[in-house]
Design a protein around this ligand. Sequence first.
Ligand code: MN
Length: 242
Amino acid sequence: MTKPLIGITTNTKSNINMGELTLNITYAPTELMTAIEQSGGIPWLIPVMDPHIATSYIQRLDGLILTGGQDVSPNLYGQTPHEKTDAGHLERDQFEIALINASIHHKKPLLGICRGMQLYNVALGGTLYQDHDINPQSTLTHVQKNSHTHESTHAVTFSQSSRLFNVLGPNISVNSYHHQSLDQLADALTVVGRAEDGLIEACEHHTLPHYLVQWHPEWMYAYDTASSQLFYHFIQSCSPDA
Ligand code: MN
């Protein structure tokens, strides 16, 4: 089987002090690259670039993973920033929206993680709750503290008709590091997984192999069967021979 080439979106930081050097860096979680490689794929980091070259990336890739990070810029879904919304990274948002649109156009598999799920929903016309304080549904702790990133703190229950149900079963335990959540859902998406308080934790595209999760399976990958199953099935589905 040909190993699929999996694009990973990245974050940037400026003026990082590294001893005698001050650097501008591009980065992504190391655990994600390990999970892709061990699931049979080739990880390929994508820097934040001009949206015009998004299609060139997607044409060469077999699948795309949208990583976590900053809050999505609220003006992209018609809102002004809430006091708890962070400064964001508009260039990153705009480039990743172009990657999402190209993935839809070229029907390439996509996995959105945390911010990746939120940005995907916004890119297709949905909206977000800018903080759990303004989501009446949120009664659980979705920003876990005093625990390791691989430790789970709440459950997710999947609908029986979903593709993720077939891969992960009726329910799993997940970690939680998000202060925002999905509000209005984009038309092309179906909610397939919810936390005990009803918060949206997983979505699927109606027709495309696009999967969105609110938790961080890459940080649980080395410790948790469901997370390794999720990566294995996603990476295998990206193979050009699949
Ligand atoms: Mn959560």
